[in-house]
Structures are given as C-alpha cells and as structure tokens.
Design a protein around this ligand. Sequence first.
Ligand code: GDP
Length: 480
Amino acid sequence: HVSFPYARNPPDKLLGGLLPDGLDERSCRSRYESSMYSRNPARRPSPHLIAKLRRHEELQRRCGPNTDAYSRAVQHLRAGKSVDSPECKYVVSISYRGLGNRILAAASAFLYAVLTDRVLLVDPSNEMDELFCEPFPGTTWLLPRRDFPLASYTNFSIDTAESYGNMLKNKVLSADVPLPAFVYLHLDHDYGDEDKMFFCDDDQRLLSNVQWLVMRTDMYTVPGLFLVTAFQEELDMLFPERDAVFHHLARYLFHPTNHVWGLVTRYYRAYLSRAELRLGVQVRNFDPWTLESPVVLRQITSCLWKEKLLPEVLDTEERSMPLMPGGSTRTTAVLVTSLRSWYYERIKGLYWDRATATGEDVSVHQPSHEGQQQYGKKSHDDRAWAEMYLLSLCDVLVTSGWSTFGYVAQGIGGMTPWVLHKPTNVTSPPEPPCFRDMSMEPCFHAPHVYDCKLKRGADTGKMLPHVRNCEDVSWGLKLV
Ligand code: GDP
C-alpha cells in the first residue's frame, strides 16, 4: 500500500461501521485518517452497537441544542418544573481535572446516556470544545452554556442540595412526591455512600423519570454500570467483548481536531514511522520524589529488559562485530511521554553510550516536557492530547499505574499494556517492576462497595466474573 505506508491492514475509514458516514472529512481529518496510522488490529464493533449508535445519533439530532424539543426542555428546567413523561431527557457531563479524567468522564456519561436514552451534552469548559471534533452528525454535543438555566453547574459539589445523595439523605425524593426538574449526580472520587446508590437498580428506576441529570465524575464509571441489573442484557448485546468497551467508546467519540492531528501526524512521520517497532513508555510521577529518581529509572529499565520490550545494553561500548552503516538488524523507536525530560535523557543516554546485546538500534524520543500539570492553558492540553494519541499509535505500551492519561492511550490503541507499579519505596524499586494488565480497559478508581439487593456492604469485585478488582488500584474495578 504505497499511499498508506503506516497501516498493516487496509485502511478502514469508518472503523468497521463504528463511525457514521457523511461527515465532512476536511473539518476533521483525524476521523478518517486515523486508520492509516494505526497498525494494531482494532476490535470489531458488534452489529448491535452499530445500530444503537445510529439510533442514538438520531436522538441527539432530534432533541439536541437548536431544536424545539430542546427549547421546551430548557424552559422546564428554568421553571423548575418536572414533566411526567418528558419527550427528551438529558445528561450533562461536567468537564474538569486532567484531560485523561475528562475523557473517561465523557465516555462514561455517553454510555449512560445510550443506556437510558438520554441526550449527552458535554460541558465545554477546559477546552473540551477545542480538542475534539463533534462526534454526532448534524448536531452539537456541547452544552450551550449561555442559555443554560443552572448557571453555576460547574461549581456543583458534594454539598450541593440537589445532589442525589443529599436528596436521599434529606428524604426529599420518593415515589409519592413530584420529581425535581433536575438531579445533580455527584460521582466524583470523594462521593459518599448515598451518592453511590446511583449504581443500584431501584435508584436508576427513580432517576429514569428525571428530565435533566447533571453528572460530575473524574472517573471511568462504566464497570459500575455493568453491575446494574437493568443494564446488563443491553450491555451484553452492545459489547460481547467486555474488554473492549472503552476502546469502542473512545474511538467513536474522541477525534482530535485538525490542529492536534497535525501535532500527531507530523511527529509520527518524523520520528516514529520508519522504525520497525514503536514502544510507548508513559512516565507519570505522582509523588515529588519520583520526578528525578534513579530508583524509578531502574524500575523502568528493569521492566523493559525483564519483559524483553527493549534489548539490554552491554557493559562494553562496542559489540564484538562492528556493524556497517545501515547494517543494523532492526530499529526500535521509543516514545517517552512525561512532564519532565529527566527519564527520557537517561534512557536516551544509555542507548547512546553503550551498544545493545542484539545489535539493534534504539532511538528515544519525547515530544514535550511541559514541566507540570497546568489548567486552562490551550497549548498544554493540545500537547497532552497529541501525546496520548501518539502513545496509542505505538505497537507496544508501558504505562504508569493509576494514570488516566495511560488508560486513554491503551484504550484508543487497543493495547493491553505493561504497567509500572506506583513506586512507594525511595530506596528500591518495586519487585516485580511492572505487570501485564488483565485487559486494555481503564480502572474505575473508586467504585461502590455495596450489594444493592441485600442492602449491605459487599465486594463489588467478586460479583461478576468480568468485573474484577484492578491490579494498579486494588480496590478499583475493571472489565476483563
Ligand atoms: P492522570 O493525572 O495521570 O490521571 O492524567 P490526566 O490526563 O487526567 O491529568 C494529567 C495532566 O497532566 C494531563 O492532562 C496533562 O495536562 C499533564 N500531563 C501528564 N503527563 C503528561 C505527559 O506525559 N505529556 C503531556 N504533554 N502532559 C502530561
């Protein structure tokens, strides 16, 4: 394929029917070009998922912003009036925290919207309106902030009186009184036991009649939805492969805008395309002592060598048989992403200073080193998104446990990563340094631990064979 030099497979513009046809190609090049860059075989979406997405797009068009139905729904909300059987129902997803968190939150809200026949509206805060193309044809997924009656929705918190948890606590919700016009779903990492009742069947039945839901989460709550009995049959049909739920959701929803796609493709062509193997290494340092730590460096190299992801370096400078220029057996490009350049410099130095045991040449690259996490700075998020995407285009991936940044990359790329344990000991690396994950799915960091039927505490990681505790966050849940 001369015109598609990077793909192993014939390009598949609509990703096996996952994407709708007929969207303008020039205004969002990534949507149709991504299959030309990706070398990993993508999972096939089920026919049921494809049909459901087409019906959902129709719902988004019929009820979304700039329709009569939307105006009526906004009027009800402004009047604080609940309606008996609303013609259109909505879930607004608040966008906050890091980009990885925001992507997981929007994907979770979308699946919830699909399962409950609600229109998804994404809060445009924090560049959500500039990083991604519109996913639904003929309408917008962005909440029109200016006319939205809940003016301070971005400040909703665990203390908001209209949160589901607080309404349960204060006993203001019941089947006998009229429902409120909206409910705020506080599904954030700090949520309380009452908020967590969201993941129970009875509570879903009550919420199903509320016209407007506003959701705040910084997590991938999808494994929690798999525990709601009422959703299970539909979820089984939508996702016969349960380890590919986020893979499909992310490839359907999140397409980099042209500017970000330019960052991705120029970098890929210049630094990665010619290598025979691309290894992505995502280094996320949560504790200050890990920012420039020889112990963590040792953890990374011992993971790479032990798992044979990179050739080891020799103690001597030269291998016994010097290679002629161009005589290398194979080349590997390592893409490091990190907020600092320290680890990148060290790994690059290792492979420059010493020869590899196999004679393989290893080049090491890092697109940016932004220093620290920043909020609300445009180029910062563009780069973060471009780097997540570049990681997803690698052939093999090593991620940092606990990081949503890595979860997004592995999901879009369809790769089960090797995961670096979160370092805890200042003097010696964790042993083993990394583990092969159970699946490419993100981990739901703070799930409920409650049996809704028995109404008592329970280990939600033991209820279903395909919803298990995560290896990086032991109390978290993930689909396998
Ligand atoms: P998490 O905190 O690791 O779960 O990931 P998030 O994406 O939610 O938040 C971290 C934020 O820090 C990102 O959104 C970026 O803004 C920034 N960041 C972290 N690691 C990197 C990196 O490797 N490259 C770039 N460009 N930014 C990063």
